[in-house]
Design a binder for this molecule. Structure first.
Ligand code: ZN
Length: 274
C-alpha cells in the first residue's frame, strides 16, 4: 500500500497571505515549518491506516519548502524543480492513492485563500473539455492517468468542496480554516489541524484498503485544454507553441489524447507566456 502525499502551501494551517508562502518574506520560515507539520500529520495517518510506504512531493513554488530534518523518518521526499510531473511527481502505476495536503481553490473561487491556478500572475482561467479546473482537478487527472485515485485533501472549506465536486464524496477531507475572503480566514491552530489531517488520512487509507475509495479521476479523450491568460501578450507568446490555437480574447487552446501530454503542454504554454 504505497501512498503519495502531494503538498502545496496556500492551504496549509494558518496561511492567509502570499508573504507567508514566498521565501523572500520573513514569515515564510514559520509557515514552511507548519507545512512540514501538516505533511507529517498526513504521513502518520497514512501509516496508521495501513500504508506500507509513503512518498512526499513538495509541490509549492520551487519544491524546496518542506523541512527534511523534521520529516517523519518513514517517508521520503521528492524535492526541487523542475520535475516531469511537477506537483504530483512520483505518481505511477505502483502508487495506490494520492493525498493533497495544503491545496487551495481554483482561480476565481469565492472565499478561497489565495485562490489561483498554477500562476497567480499568468492564468486567469483554466478549462479541460470546457469544465473549469483548478490545480486539484488538473493534478488529480494526472493521477487518474495512472489509475490512481485522490483519496484525501486538506485546505480551506472551498478547496474541500472543490475536491468533492471533482472526485466524489468518498474523498476524505480535513478543513484547516474557513476562508471569508481571498486573504482572510478563521484558522484552527496546528494542535487541532494535525489531528484532523491525521484522522482523515487514516480513514482514507482504510477506505482504500476496503475498496471504498474514490475512483481514479479520468478525463474523456480527446482532452482540450483552454488557458485564459492575464494579459493578451501572454496569449500571443503561448500561441507560438506548435499545435496550440489562439481562442477568444486571451485564450489559448491545445488538444491531445493523453493527459500527460496535456499536463506538459499546459506547463510549456505557461513557460512561453512569461
Ligand atoms: Zn498551488
Amino acid at each position: 500500500m504505497k501512498i503519495l502525499i502531494a503538498a502545496d502551501m496556500e492551504g496549509i494551517t494558518g496561511v492567509v497571505h502570499w508573504d507567508q508562502v514566498m521565501p523572500e518574506h520573513n514569515d515564510y520560515s514559520r509557515f514552511r515549518k507548519l507545512m512540514t507539520g501538516d505533511v507529517n500529520a498526513a504521513i502518520r495517518g497514512a501509516f496508521a491506516g495501513g500504508a506500507t510506504s509513503v512518498v512526499v512531493s513538495d509541490g509549492h513554488n520551487n519544491g524546496r519548502n518542506i523541512l527534511i530534518e523534521e520529516l517523519d523518518e518513514r517517508a521520503s521526499l521528492n524535492s526541487g524543480s523542475p520535475a516531469r510531473l511537477s506537483m504530483v511527481n512520483g505518481v505511477d502505476e505502483d502508487v495506490d492513492g494520492v493525498m493533497f495536503i495544503g491545496y487551495h481553490g481554483r482561480m476565481g473561487s469565492q472565499n478561497a485563500i489565495l485562490d489561483h491556478t498554477w500562476s497567480d500572475e499568468r492564468v486567469s482561467g483554466l478549462w479541460l473539455n470546457e469544465r473549469a479546473f483548478g490545480e486539484s482537478g488538473l493534478n488529480g487527472a494526472v493521477c487518474g492517468h495512472f489509475d490512481v485515485p485522490v483519496i484525501m485533501a486538506s485546505g480551506d472549506q472551498t478547496l474541500c468542496a472543490e475536491v468533492q465536486d471533482f472526485f466524489g464524496n468518498k474523498i476524505e477531507t480535513a478543513q484547516v480554516k474557513k476562508a471569508v475572503s481571498r486573504m482572510s480566514a478563521e484558522c484552527l491552530p496546528p494542535a487541532v489541524t494535525s489531528s484532523l489531517i491525521e484522522e482523515a488520512a487514516k480513514r482514507a487509507v482504510i477506505n482504500l484498503r476496503s475498496g471504498n475509495a474514490p475512483k481514479p479521476f479520468k478525463i474523456t479523450q480527446p482532452i482540450k485544454i483552454t488557458i485564459e491568460f492575464e494579459q493578451s501578450e501572454m496569449a500571443d507568446k503561448a500561441a507560438f507553441m506548435p499545435g496550440a490555437k489562439r481562442g477568444a480574447d486571451r485564450r489559448v487552446e491545445y488538444t491531445a489524447d493523453d493527459m500527460i501530454t496535456v499536463y506538459l503542454a499546459f506547463r510549456t504554454l505557461l513557460a512561453l507566456a512569461r
